[in-house]
Design a protein around this ligand. Sequence first.
Ligand code: AMP
Ligand code: ZN
Length: 461
Amino acid sequence: MNTPRFYNTLTRDKAPLPATPGQSVKIYTCGPTVYDYAHIGNFRAYVFEDLLQRYLEVSGHPVSRVMNFTDVDDKTIRNSRAKGVALSDFTAVYKKAFLEDLAALHIKIPAQMPCATDYIPRMIGMIESLEKKGVAYQAEDKSVYYRIERFPSYGKLAHLNLDELKPSGRVNHDEYEKESVGDFALWKAATPEDGDNRWDSPWGAGRPGWHIECSAMATALLGDTVDIHCGGVDNIFPHHEAEIAQSEACTGHPFVKLWMHCEHLRVNGQKMAKSLGNFHTLRDLMQKGFSGRQIRYALISVHYRLPLNFTFDELDAVGQALQRIDGWRRRLSALPAAKGQPPAKWLEDFLEALSDDLNISKALAVLFDTIRETNRMMDQNALAPEDAASHLAAWQIAESILALGEQEECVAPQEVLVLLEKRKAARQAKDWKASDQIRQEIQTLGWTVKDTPKGQELIQN
Ligand code: AMP
Ligand code: ZN
């Protein structure tokens, strides 16, 4: 098997996986800010990371994965205070919801999911060490900032020149207090708007900045150097740049060997984002009748470094792709069983495609070519049971990466099932008028009846 190669945001080049065959891989992924339900743009990042993890595991690399919960920051504090709920009670709701969403999308629960609020002493320790080294300073506003001019390679990940730095996103508070506009907050002095959400520190009461949270959790759980650090492209600057500056200035070691970032899920060309109001949560979509596996497929089927435009038409098209895979698998399974066959050759091509920076389009093309060819052979009764078993063995391995799962059983409400029985009786009595009326009634309840050679089939509208 080829050594996997992945695109490294730092070098802007594909680099070999920084692990020898069989060696485990340490992955850190920035997790959700738990102030609301995550939207499917966020899940594009988490699904891509899951694909990476599953591919590495199938390739013989055990993965130690850490994904944090950002359970203290400006937004979590603002929203919990607006609701009059304690921060920990408020974030608990969204942590639970996030885990449910991961399960619905067949995303493996990372081995460790630390909460920022459990690592505040470590964050304070890191900031103290940065202060001792002259890299951090307390400003007049009592907040502590990172002095970026003391970290000459600041900007290396985003390929930015220090002189070009402009305030952006979460670093733009209280510019006038800082020595330099690019300096970012490590510790934010408590304000009246923070309410009780404050922790004691050598610099007075306050709370950590967002960036130091990830540096503290990543190094605490994975050591000074992480093999792969992932996130969406919006995390590159300033968040990941700041993580490098903080961690490397503290430990003296390289923080990350390989940086991988996924492009955005977009809506009409714009990033899907809470702030733009153009988002769908997973829950919204599932309520509209889309399944977790459908949404997962839609999110993984476009290469992670290409922008992906969200449309409902696209989600419908995905339903057809899944039906094709489901139908093929069922047909293969229905053939006489032949046990203990090695996986079919196409699996090698499938894995080789993924070894090239997770080239999912090529991997799926291998799968669908196989489906077309084997369906043709099955149409002609020309597929030997041994070959069918080999295809199924290959599929099982491919499926452990794609994780599409089985077609969800769709159980209609009792009311619909009773009508279905009545219609069956009407048809047996050749009462076509009654049969059509009942079909209409079922239709108004949101279900379509199809008459197939095997009998009536229900499809949810
Ligand atoms: P947040 O909760 O805002 O910190 O974001 C969690 C993760 O989702 C981060 O890795 C972001 O980079 C990622 N993300 C946010 N919006 C999108 C989007 N529209 N498409 C892909 N990834 C996104
Ligand atoms: Zn992070």
